[in-house]
Design a protein around this ligand. Structure first.
Ligand code: CDP
Length: 133
C-alpha cells in the first residue's frame, strides 16, 4: 500500500514569506532545503498528520489547509503531497533540521536556481511563487 508523505507550505501572510527547512539526512539530500513534513499514520487525516509532524519537528502550531500542486511519486511505497498551512502559534525551531529560513518569492527562486531545494520539492516552485505573490 502506498503511504502518503505530507509537506507543509507554511506561509506568513504578513511578510509573504515561506518557511523552508534544511535537511540533515540522508546524505543524498543533506544540506538541501524542503517543505517540512512527514508520513501520514493509519487513520490520520493529511491535515492532522501535518499538524502533528510540524509540532514534533519545528515546535510550532500550524493550521494545515488544502493540497496544492501535483503529487510526486517518491518510490513504489511513498507519495508526496503538499498542503497549504498557516502559522498559528510559537516560533519555529530546528529540532530535527540543520536550519530554518523564511524566504520571499525572490529568495525562493534564487534558491531553486542555485539547486538548493530537495529535488521533489522543485515540482511545486511555480505554485509556491504564486502563493507568495
Ligand atoms: O524522516 P524520514 O526521512 O524517514 O522521512 P520524511 O522526512 O518524512 O521524508 C520521507 C521521504 O519524503 C524522504 O524520502 C524525503 O526525502 C521525502 N521528502 C521530500 O522529498 N520532500 C519533502 N518536502 C519532505 C519529504
Amino acid at each position: 500500500m502506498t503511504r502518503i508523505v505530507v509537506a507543509a507550505a507554511i506561509i506568513d501572510e504578513m511578510s509573504a514569506k515561506l518557511l523552508l527547512a534544511q535537511r540533515n539526512y540522508p546524505p543524498e539530500v543533506a544540506g538541501l532545503w524542503e517543505l517540512p513534513g512527514g508520513k501520514v499514520e493509519d487513520g490520520e487525516t493529511w491535515q492532522a498528520a501535518l499538524e502533528r509532524e510540524i509540532a514534533e519537528e519545528l515546535g510550532m502550531t500550524i493550521e494545515a489547509g488544502q493540497q496544492f500542486g501535483a503529487a510526486v511519486g517518491l518510490s513504489v511505497e511513498l507519495e508526496l503531497v503538499a498542503l497549504r498551512a498557516r502559522p498559528v502559534g510559537g516560533a519555529p525551531r530546528a529540532l530535527d533540521h540543520a536550519a530554518l529560513r523564511w524566504v520571499d518569492a525572490a529568495g525562493l527562486r534564487a534558491m531553486a536556481d542555485a539547486g538548493e531545494l530537495v529535488p521533489a520539492d522543485t515540482t511545486w516552485l511555480e505554485d509556491l511563487l504564486e502563493l507568495l505573490a
